[in-house]
Write a protein that binds this ligand. Structure first.
Ligand code: FES
Length: 145
């Protein structure tokens, strides 16, 4: 009769060891994320491209969820709709030719420059790329948020 010798590294022990390592790595990742954010390490979100599939006449405005696309005599400008005061969604007042916030009536020029109200900063603007057909006629715009 032979005595059984204990195996130094059984498969169950290896399995539990691996599970414990994964659990430890997950716990560190979960705990480290808010600490890194607090320390100022943030990951910039990927830029988002929004297509507006219509040409705008000078003086007209296209209202999107996140931006106003304002066509002037010299070109097209995309202005953020997020008010720099407390973040309400601003609107373009066509009859006055200004951008106005409905919450506390901050006013901005069509270029997003602050004119009046409690907001202290201008509205951010976004890059706009013209979309053209084969003949070079503008068919729309691509706004990069
Ligand atoms: S949130 Fe726009 S003026 Fe206050």
């Amino acid at each position: 009769m032979s005595a059984q010798t204990p195996q130094p590294d059984s498969s169950r022990r290896r399995f539990l060891s691996r599970q414990l390592k994964w659990l430890l790595a997950g716990t560190i990742a979960v705990l480290a994320t808010p600490l890194l954010r607090f320390a100022g390490f943030t990951v910039k979100p990927k830029p988002r491209h929004v297509i507006v599939n219509k040409p705008l006449l000078p003086g007209s405005v296209h209202t999107d969820h996140d931006f106003l696309l304002i066509a002037g005599e010299t070109g097209v400008l995309a202005v953020s709709r997020r008010c720099t005061h407390l973040g309400c969604r601003v609107n373009f007042r066509l009859e006055l030719g200004i951008i106005e916030c409905p919450c506390h009536q901050s006013r901005f020029s069509p270029a997003g420059i602050r004119q009046a109200g409690p907001a202290r900063k201008d509205l951010p603007t976004y890059p706009v790329r013209l979309l053209k057909d084969d003949q070079g006629k503008v068919t729309g715009y691509e706004v990069t948020l």
